[in-house]
Design a protein around this ligand. Structure first.
Ligand code: ASP
Ligand code: MG
Length: 439
């Protein structure tokens, strides 16, 4: 059994849904779908209006969205019977959304509204498959996908429930299910955070011990650099789980970072594939390393660097703990860290509590902040006893001011912090030095 996940753009129109249907027929695979593209954003917008007690604003978006779905339905189904079924199904979901425009609106109601996008897309796809004669069965994620009291997925529960549900449908040719949505430990509707469908696919793959998890998007696998900034990038054919995790975390948009761990722990290969070019090999992520090979470069924007410098013996016992505790108190994760005898620099990407953090840090030394920075991350087999990769990376930066360099946290990553305005140059120079043999 395989798990195939299709994101919002892959199911973003009736035409795209038909294309997806061609890719998924047969062999009892589990198909995980996102909401049609733009839908979750609209649902977020609806919720924002409802928080602000503006039901008219909410209704306007709801009506626009409902009209869009009417058009999708007309285009997707060829028989009146299925058009009717789909209209009723979609209408029931919109009626449900509308029911929240009247009462008190809290996080609880918002989560229910956000869940409707995936419920609608999967219902529509299942009807379509049935219409064209495929024996597909809808498996409701809300019946098996669950988080525990720490808001972490509960693998034991997921596995048990999922097996039961699959066993109830001996004759199913394939299964359709929702990405992203789940229930929390109290049985309430919840989700795995924005972009969480990849995570759903990975959790499902781990639960059933899938042969492979496929993440279908509209790009030909993970590229060795960001094609929006660098010409001539090429797809990377193989990545180690750790390399993929670094890339996903540090900016490669193709795969959600949380998706890697369940697959890695269960040693299930993840393949990134392209719905527009279904025969292209894509990128295979597995436990295999390619000795000494640098694979890719990615960038993470909107980074703030904070330096704490002290006249006194700075790295005395407990100093780092005190500094890190301040970030923890404000629930602000740190991305990069570099240290010296007199100071420590860290980066964050969540500036919400920056002012308070800086105020608190001032107790321990002089604090300076650099805004609009970018983390550039180089990923590959960078085992410390491989020689030469550090000098090639640094050589690529010969013309770029570098604020921080970090290596040694893992064998798969070197991170550099540069100004946002130098991002393009840094990415290009790295491609030229590491992949194109131009320098
Ligand atoms: N529909 C959700 C989102 O837009 C989940 C996903 O697509 O992965 O964030
Ligand atoms: Mg996505």
């Amino acid at each position: 059994m395989k798990v195939l996940k299709f994101g919002g753009t892959s199911v973003g129109s009736a035409q795209r849904m038909k294309e997806v249907a061609k890719l998924i027929t047969g062999s009892r695979n589990i198909i995980v779908l996102s909401a049609m593209s733009g839908t979750t954003n609209s649902l977020v917008e609806i919720s924002e209006y409802l928080y602000k007690k503006n039901p008219d604003g909410a209704n306007e978006i709801i009506n626009q969205l409902a009209q869009k779905y009417d058009r999708h339905i007309d285009e997707l189904y060829s028989t009146e019977e299925y058009k009717q079924k789909a209209r009723e199904y979609v209408k029931s979901h919109f009626d449900y959304i509308r029911s929240f425009t009247k009462d008190l609106f809290t996080l609880f109601e918002e989560k229910i509204i956000l869940a409707q996008g995936e419920l609608i897309s999967t219902g529509m796809m299942n009807f379509y498959l049935n219409e064209i004669g495929v024996k597909s069965v809808l498996i409701p994620a809300l019946d098996y996908m669950r988080t525990d009291k720490n808001a972490e997925p509960d693998p034991v529960y997921i596995k048990e429930k999922l097996f039961k549900l699959l066993a109830e449908h001996d004759d199913a040719e394939l299964f359709i299910t929702q990405g992203y949505i789940c229930r929390n430990a109290y049985g309430e509707i919840d989700n795995l955070q924005r972009g969480g469908s990849d995570y759903s696919a990975s959790l499902i793959g781990a639960a059933i011990g899938a042969e492979e998890i496929q993440i279908w998007t509209d790009i030909d696998g993970m590229h060795n650099n960001d094609p929006r900034f660098v010409e001539g990038t090429t797809p990377v054919r193989h990545l180690h789980f750790e390399e993929a995790a670094e890339l996903a975390y540090f900016g490669a948009k193709i795969l959600h970072p949380t998706c890697i761990l369940p697959a890695k722990l269960n040693n299930i290969p993840v393949r990134l594939l392209n719905t527009m070019q279904p025969d292209a090999p894509g990128t295979l992520i597995s436990n295999q390393t390619e000795k000494g090979k640098i694979k890719a470069v990615a960038a993470k924007d909107n980074i703030t660097a904070i330096k704490i410098k002290s006249g006194r013996m700075l790295l005395a016992t407990g100093f780092l703990r005190k500094v890190f505790e301040i970030f923890e108190n404000y629930q602000t994760p740190i991305d990069m860290v570099t240290t010296s005898e007199v100071g420590v620099s860290v980066t964050i990407d969540n500036r919400k509590h920056l002012d308070e953090i800086v105020d608190d840090l001032k107790k321990y030394g002089t604090v300076s902040v650099d805004h609009d920075m970018v983390i550039i991350c180089v990923v590959g087999d960078l085992e410390w006893d491989n020689i030469g990769f550090e000098s090639r990376i640094v050589e690529a930066m010969h013309d770029v001011p570098v604020r921080m360099i970090s290596y040694g946290g893992s064998n798969y990553n070197v991170s550099l912090l540069v100004k946002a305005e130098d991002k393009r140059k840094a990415l290009r120079e790295l491609s030229d030095h590491l992949f194109n043999n131009k320098k």
